[in-house]
Design a protein around this ligand. Structure first.
Ligand code: ATP
Ligand code: MG
Length: 146
């Protein structure tokens, strides 16, 4: 029985599967579902899911926040369509893995769900760096989905 599920979302197809899985599990277990996202800045671009927008650099805190909100809004709508409410949205421009692990502790998550891979292009590796680091560091159950 899971009480609090945290899903890490970067806008990739893999994260999309993680989102669906996490929403399904939250429904079955009656668990609270939290969403975590860290917009990745690749100056002078900011990556918001598969969408890249041109920015003057460095991006301001407001631009980072807006980029994060853009992608999490979409995720929240998709979860809602599955009949599940999102209990918390956590956005930061920290490194993804430490922020995911820290948010898991703060929300007392008993399950973290994330994609096996993300937006990265190194398809030779079975696990991306974020899913590896989170699997290593998690103090609770951790599910990586394909
Ligand atoms: P790499 O980033 O190491 O080149 P990758 O992008 O293919 O490889 P990861 O970044 O490890 O793989 O992504 C695996 C999963 O981790 C994603 O499907 C998503 O669930 C989560 N994740 C990755 N980056 C972020 C992020 N910036 N914010 C939230 N979750 C993330
Ligand atoms: Mg990545």
């Amino acid at each position: 029985m899971f009480h609090t599920i945290l899903v890490a979302y970067d806008g990739s197809d893999h994260a999309q599967h993680a989102l669906k899985t996490a929403a399904g599990l939250a429904k079955i277990h009656g668990a609270a579902l939290h969403l975590v996202h860290t917009p990745q800045i690749d100056s002078p671009h900011i990556v918001i899911g598969a969408f890249i927008s041109q920015l003057e650099h460095p991006p301001t805190a407001e631009q980072i926040e807006a980029a994060g909100k853009h992608i999490t809004d979409k995720a929240v709508q998709e979860v809602k369509a599955e009949g599940v409410n999102v209990s918390g949205i956590h956005i930061s421009n920290d490194s993804p893995a430490p922020f995911i692990l820290d948010t898991a502790q703060k929300t007392q998550a008993d399950l973290i769900v994330l994609g096996r891979r993300g937006l990265g292009s190194l398809t030779a590796l079975a696990l991306g760096s974020v899913s590896q680091a989170v699997s290593h560091g998690a103090k609770c159950a951790c599910l990586t989905v394909i």
